[in-house]
Design a protein around this ligand. Structure first.
Ligand code: NAD
Length: 299
């Protein structure tokens, strides 16, 4: 029987702070398929995440039985490429001061020290940050726009640059995008739509360059709306979920698990022919050109 088997593979999933978002669902699906999971957690959320894990507050159960056990949880801040560029005020902030090695290169180095060369098969970028996301693009400042693109798009380029050399041929990179990359989504502001457009474009270019250099694949999933912690910052996420339920090709909300399953497929040998792709996992909403209801009558 054809099945998704990731036994013996190791994944680094960046962008998990609770059990409500897409990163968690992807980690769960990869673990269910047999992969070992290492997690990258943003330093400001590190304490709450590790405490919630220790206290059994997160849903670690796997559908087929058993529980997710994380091999490592690394502090990870995707806006810093190397440890030496972290500004002093951040390094001394109370949420960072007891941590070290949380830049992208820092975590790649830690994984190399912990597991050796050729020890990563799957790299997941499930993170975004746009400090001015609630501002229209017309009202976005230059620092706000650049911060969105830095945290949400260049972070993926930097992750592939720095983890690529650790990855085994046949490895796979997946990130999370959104329809705002290609269509106007009112309210998704602050340069976040621009960041997602860059992420999708970079997915194609990185697929070519990393494919030739390391024999790995690079894809992105354009996911439908989900009321995660990050999405609540947009301010209208519940209404967006309802709107998709009313108007998508399949009239129901997409689940985080469906995104997890798609990521597991893309990262598995079953996806070996797919790279440079933006895969929509949104119940077909992206294909619609008009509101589903009310339909135009023929009068
Ligand atoms: P989430 O809150 O579960 O994940 C976002 C994570 O990004 C958080 O864990 C946060 O701590 C982390 N993060 C923020 N800045 C960071 C930084 N500088 N370094 C490292 N980590 C950082 O929310 P989510 O909605 O599941 O988001 C995951 C991905 O899915 C994002 O790329 C998001 O844009 C994308 N996405 C979300 C939706 C949605 O509606 N929720 C739709 C399409 C795409």
């Amino acid at each position: 029987m054809l099945s998704i088997d990731l036994t013996g593979k190791r994944a680094f999933v960046a962008g998990i702070a609770d059990d409500k978002g897409y990163g968690w669902a992807i980690a769960k699906a990869l673990a269910e398929a047999g992969a070992s999971i290492c997690v990258g957690t943003w330093p400001p959320t590190m304490r709450i995440f590790t405490k919630s894990l220790e206290r059994g507050k997160l849903d670690v159960s796997l559908p087929g039985g058993g529980e997710i056990e994380f091999e490592r949880v690394y502090p990870f801040d995707a806006v810093y490429d190397t440890d030496d560029v972290v500004p002093a005020d951040v390094a001394n902030d109370k949420r960072y001061v007891k941590l070290s090695g949380y830049s992208i290169q820092g975590v790649a180095d830690s994984m190399k020290a912990d597991f050796g060369d050729g020890s990563v098969d799957i790299l997941v970028h499930s993170l975004a940050n746009g400090p001015e996301v609630q501002n229209d693009l017309l009202d976005t400042s230059r620092p706000g726009y650049l911060a969105a693109v830095s945290a949400s798009a260049f972070s993926m380029v930097s992750m592939v640059q720095r983890f690529g050399p650790l990855m085994r041929p046949g490895g796979s990179v997946v990130s999370l995008s959104y329809l705002a990359a290609e269509r106007v989504i009112p309210g998704y502001g602050g340069g976040m739509s621009s960041a997602k457009a860059a992420l999708e474009s970079d997915t194609r270019t990185l697929a070519f360059e990393a494919g030739r250099r390391w024999g790995i694949r690079v894809n992105t999933i354009s996911a439908g709306p989900l009321a995660s912690r990050a999405a609540r910052a947009i301010g209208t996420i519940e209404r967006m979920v309802e709107y998709y339920e009313e108007n998508a090709a399949l009239p129901e909300a997409n689940t985080a698990d469906e995104v997890g399953w798609a990521a597991a497929f893309l990262c598995s040998p079953l996806g070996s022919g797919i790279t440079g792709e933006t895969l929509h996992v949104d119940k077909g909403y992206h294909a619609m050109g008009m509101q589903a209801e009310p339909q135009l009558s023929a009068e």
